[in-house]
Design a protein around this ligand. Structure first.
Ligand code: HMG
Ligand code: MG
Length: 310
């Protein structure tokens, strides 16, 4: 039994851009977000309130959030790593935040300068303060399959960190394949194990596509009953603190797959996500970066191969 409707969480403006060294102007990011809204995406992670010295591309988070379009039924969110990030997020007026930890100690340390235990203690207080201020909170667990520093990750660690993160009060956890190493067998084993204790409604899947396995992993996730998937327009993305992390699963490739499988991608009563409009949104960033994007749909529509400079 596959879900008949999927929620796509668009992470292009955040995960897609955070790894790009060419500065993208706030106005260009806003055009990108406006087109993503126009394409029918209803949850869009737009930026991060992290140390701007570590992720300079997203240093304009407050200006970006101040200028977001007024879009009914669209939820914009931002990453928050610590109390300082939460102060900035609340001040910006964003309504949803995401905290992030990992199943690997080394990656957690390199990414946010904390142990997993420290991150849980910090998030418990962040979630309490955020929800008290009327914000909703999602959580990420990175390196759920393979860690660039520690190698293979045991499914028990993923289940434990996911359960602890849910206990802090986040409303869903995105189980994340940070370096895009997983295959469907890994998804069945690890996510299937997590779902023995945690309902599928609480789980999202976040795949990077380093080895081209992301869409196959989505199918494995759908077969397990998961109905929320993260994706990034154009297939942009990567984590500056995870060597080897390539782009995210491309939103337009995910939309093609779901359309073809007759799985709805719009909110109930609304149109599905429009594939051509997602590609149109991604083109804003391709133009800004002056390079083609890796998604199959982007290349199909632009008649170019990734890396040919078109
Ligand atoms: P820190 O540098 O380790 O610690 O920051 P610090 O507390 O010593 O602070 C150093 C400086 O940063 C100070 O300023 C602080 O005020 C400032 P200075 O005195 O040098 O002028 N600072 C901040 N400024 C603005 N906003 C803040 C903030 N916090 C401290 N929130 C911190 C700790 C976690 C902030 C830092 O390590 C950091 O920014 N890390 C970036 C993490 C990141 O963005 N990673 C990528 C996103 S996660 C991801 O991509 C994975 C995901 O996609 C899922 C997957 O694929 O796996 C979600
Ligand atoms: Mg990611």
């Amino acid at each position: 039994m596959l879900p008949d409707r999927v929620l796509i969480v668009e992470v292009g403006p955040r995960d897609g851009l955070q790894n790009e060294s060419t500065p993208v102007a706030t106005e260009v990011k806003l055009q990108f977000v406006r087109r993503l809204v126009d394409a029918g995406l209803s949850q869009i992670e737009v930026t991060s309130f992290v140390n701007p010295k570590r992720v300079p591309q997203l240093a304009d988070a407050p200006e970006l959030i101040a200028k977001l379009p007024n879009a009914a039924d669209v939820t914009f969110s931002a990453l928050v790593p610590n109390e300082k990030g939460l102060d900035r997020a609340i001040e910006s007026g964003v309504k949803r935040i995401a905290v992030f930890t990992a199943a690997s100690e080394t990656f957690t340390q390199k990414n946010i300068g904390m142990s997993i235990d420290e991150s849980m203690t910090s998030f418990a207080s962040i979630v309490k303060r955020a929800t008290g201020a009327g914000l909703s909170v999602r959580g990420y667990v990175s390196t759920c399959f393979v860690c660039p520093y520690e190698g293979e990750i045991e499914k028990e660690r993923v289940r434990d960190v996911t359960a602890r993160l849910l206990d802090t009060g986040v409303d869903e956890v995105a189980i994340s394949d940070t370096i895009g190493a997983a295959a469907p067998t890994d998804v069945r084993e690890t996510v299937g194990f997590v779902l023995e204790n945690i309902p599928a409604e609480k789980i999202a899947l976040h795949f990077h596509d380093t080895y081209g396995t992301a869409l196959a992993n989505v199918v494995a996730g759908l077969e397990l009953g998961v109905a929320t998937f993260d994706a990034s327009a154009g297939g942009l993305g990567g984590c500056p603190f995870a060597p080897g992390a390539a782009g995210n699963l491309a939103t337009e490739d995910l939309v093609y797959l779901l359309d073809r499988m007759n799985i709805r991608t719009g909110l109930a009563g609304q149109s599905d996500v429009d594939l051509a409009k997602v590609v149109d949104a991604a083109s804003i960033i391709a133009n800004a970066l002056n390079r083609p994007l890796p998604s199959a749909q982007w290349r199909r529509m632009h008649g170019s191969c990734a890396g040919d400079g078109a």
